[in-house]
Design a protein around this ligand. Sequence first.
Ligand code: GLN
Length: 514
Amino acid sequence: MTDLYKLTIGELSGLLSKREIKSVDILNSYVKRIEELDPKISAYLYTDFDEAYKNAEEADKIIASAAATGANAGGGGFPALTGIPLSIKDIFLIRGKKTTCASKILDNFISPYDSTVVKRLKENNYVFLGKVNLDEFAMGSSTENSAYMTTKNPYDLDRVPGGSSGGSAASVAADMCAGSFGTDTGGSVRQPAALCGVVGLKPTYGLISRYGIIAFSSSLDQAGVLAKDVTDAAIMLNAVSGFDEKDQTTRRFNIKDYAGIVKKADKSLIKGLRVGLPSEFFSDGLDPAINAKITEVKNLLKDMGAVITDVSLPNTKYSVAAYYITATSEASSNLERYDGIRYGYRHKDEKGIQSLDDLYRKSRETGFGNEVKRRIILGTFALSAGYYDAYYKKASLVRKLIIKDYKDAFGKADIIIGPTSPTPAFLIGEKTKDPLSMYLSDIYTISVNLAYLPGLSMPVGTVKNPTKEGGVLPVGLQVIAPWAAEDKMLSFAKALEDEVKFRENAGFRKLDVL
Ligand code: GLN
């Protein structure tokens, strides 16, 4: 079988457990695919095929010995990610491997330990393909802020894949991995998932450990998954979620078997379900073609028996401001540690370094990119004496109002839907001159992080690509669930996915790169 790269994790692990294929076969298929396509897409900062083959051979041994005892994938014999090749956003530490966070300041930084996510992936016998690109320190919505390269959208190489987990989304969309781990502080998993036509899930704050993930904004950061379909997202979530004593913001959730729940989901659960559409998500900035697609989905849900309900999130208009005060404040503090001494990069000056302060200053001046500097300055200002009450504290109060908005909305609706992004993938360079317009690409995703809630983006169709004859661009639907209700969110998404059939429709895999 040569087209194994096309299959989902669910399909692959089924074949592995029946012993029809080997993990090494899957890996061969992905390696070939990456070598063929990544020179055009630039999703991978680096690949590590030596490690990958080691992992795959190990996984094949584990599967063979489980098969000898008659056990099945995910059924106790071996974990469902055994032998599955994944890409990892270069913000997760992997012991002995380079982690740059797409910043020059971490150039050649070798991780001294494993992040909890990676530790759990290793316990699941996954196959590590390599590290994928992101906006520097996960700050951005297009992956153009990477210090190393710009990742392209596989549906149109002139367009961005979204960000900050753009490398993750592009690698999944172009079938250059079976799934990818990313992070989402204000939309960085869901927005690139939407722009690249894949599923992106950001769980409730505290479901996945942040230990060993380079910190951007600690009260908002969450790891998330980018997957080919909803089932895969559930399988990946199963593997990494749960309390971690190394991250005291993780909680002892009553962890459910998400993959099992998704397996049981069917369209009968839509009947009578109150599906809320917030009027604020359908405002002026929304692209009419996206609006039309979301309306189609709304009608489809109505036909399936859902009770479409109008809800309101009145403080949405303050969410971008509250987010950028909170995130930049926390970032200014988290990024203090990069001083040219403790990590990676140190400035070298022919004229010589004058003092310790001079070394700090020059290392930070030449090590950080413009967007990161902009945020450090904003955050330092917002936290400075005399301004704390006016900015950070105000933003925290707005955050409380946003939490209340969602509580009220979930009094009327079981689940909330809307567009993930106001526009389809935009052109490379289109928004780099105007940071504010870039910030607005997360207008629908940001409030979910502020409210600590779970959110998911799933592809629901495509729109015409206005700059490429015959080309299409994917559209993402955002699904938001109450706190810790990942089970509801996933089963709703699965039931809808079965009807929408994105992977079977004409636009799917109409990739520019092919
Ligand atoms: N685009 C948002 C930002 O630039 C969100 C980034 C993220 O979620 N990491 O801050």
